[in-house]
Design a protein around this ligand. Structure first.
Ligand code: UD1
Length: 341
């Protein structure tokens, strides 16, 4: 019997490439599309090497609907996972139209084509950013969404709404939004991982680049927050665990185990870790000293957020299993691989 095929848009990116590996390992056929605007073919090569499968890749911009239609005509996938999007919060504030145009058009094109070409299942990459500064912790899927502080965050909320409304209106279309907390780490093979272009915005790549000597010093943004050690708290989830959540969610749709046409799941560990705890854990597990200093608060930062993951644990039958230490060791192994250390 032919394998069930899944389209992975943004599959050359950080989370997309790890998810492509997890899908293939779970027995799915994968087609990767990406415009390579913030990624490169090394990730696709990494996926091929890890899995031993010559995964088809097509260079396509999801904002180009006619080019995307060619992909839909060429491959018989019933399901798609849509990762392709811009994700730099600061840049989105400076260039809102770039974010609205790219993140909304690409998703609308995917949905329109799914409808026009009779495809059924779609996963959308959402973010814990939709919760803003939560009133109560941990956050559940029913915690209120807060007005977004950035165009990037706004596109996540808008795409969730577009998916909710489309799955309500169009018979045969089913969707799940996964709200990621803070992904980090890399595949244990060190063949794929996070490779931000330019100066990293996110904490873990900044840490690993500092350890590798690419950056001089990590700035810890604020140690005067109302948290036990004064630094912000997040729910850091291993990217391989996160990839597994996608397999669980897409399988749920493919096998018709979903309880509604549109569902939302938090994807985190359920554990809050402070910036300082993370830095200390990184130093300890990798046996090195990190050059860091305390800097001022970063505008727009949430003080603390972590997930209640009960719904994903129960409904998806999925749970994050990797420890913080394992993940930080994998992140460092990847950075060393990239730098040839
Ligand atoms: C941010 C976005 C989130 C987005 C995610 C992925 C917000 C509020 N958050 O998450 O929506 O999905 O990026 O791109 O919009 N930190 C330092 N020094 C650094 C970098 C970070 O101390 O050099 C601290 C931050 O202050 C924060 C923590 O590390 O407390 C995590 O930061 P980061 O990795 O940027 O993730 P978020 O801000 O949580």
């Amino acid at each position: 019997m032919a394998k069930e095929q899944v389209l992975v848009s943004g599959g050359a990116g950080y989370i997309g490439s790890h998810t492509a590996v997890a899908l293939i390992e779970a027995g799915y056929d994968v087609v990767i599309i990406d415009n390579l605007s913030n990624s490169d073919m090394n990730a696709v090569e990494g996926v091929r090497k890890i899995t031993g499968v010559d995964v088809p890749f097509e260079k396509v911009d999801c904002c180009d609907k006619e080019a995307l239609r060619v992909i839909f005509k060429k491959y018989p996938f019933r399901s798609a996972i849509h990762f392709a999007a811009y994700k730099a919060v600061g840049e989105s504030v400076d260039e809102p139209l770039k974010y609205y145009s790219n993140n909304l058009c690409s998703f609308i094109n995917i949905l329109e084509l799914m409808r026009e070409e009779g495809r059924e299942n779609i996963l959308f990459s959402s973010s814990a950013t939709v919760y803003g500064e939560p009133d109560a912790l941990p956050v559940t899927e029913n915690s209120p969404r807060k007005p977004s502080t950035s165009p990037y965050g706004n596109t996540k909320q808008m795409c969730e709404d577009i998916l909710r409304d489309s799955t309500a209106a169009y018979k045969g279309l089913k969707g799940i939004a996964l709200r990621y907390f803070n992904p980090m780490g890399a595949h244990p093979s060190a063949l794929i991982g996070e490779l931000p272009r330019g100066v990293p915005n996110n904490l873990v790549p900044f840490i690993t680049q500092t350890a590798a000597g690419v950056r001089e010093c990590l700035s810890i943004f604020g140690d005067d927050y109302p948290t036990p050690d004064g630094t912000c708290i997040r729910d850091y989830i291993d990217v391989v665990d996160l990839a597994g959540a996608h397999v669980a969610a897409i399988s749920r749709l493919i096998e018709g185990r979903n309880k509604a046409n549109y569902e939302i799941f938090n994807v985190g560990t359920g554990r809050g870790v402070s910036v300082m705890e993370l830095v200390k854990a990184f130093e300890k597990v990798n046996n090195l000293k990190l050059n860091y200093r305390i800097a001022g608060r970063r505008a727009g930062d949430t003080i603390e957020v972590w997930a209640n993951t009960s719904l994903a644990n129960e409904e998806l039958g999925w749970k994050a299993t990797r420890t913080l230490e394992e993940t930080l060791a994998a992140a460092w192994a990847w950075e060393k691989h990239v730098r040839g250390l």
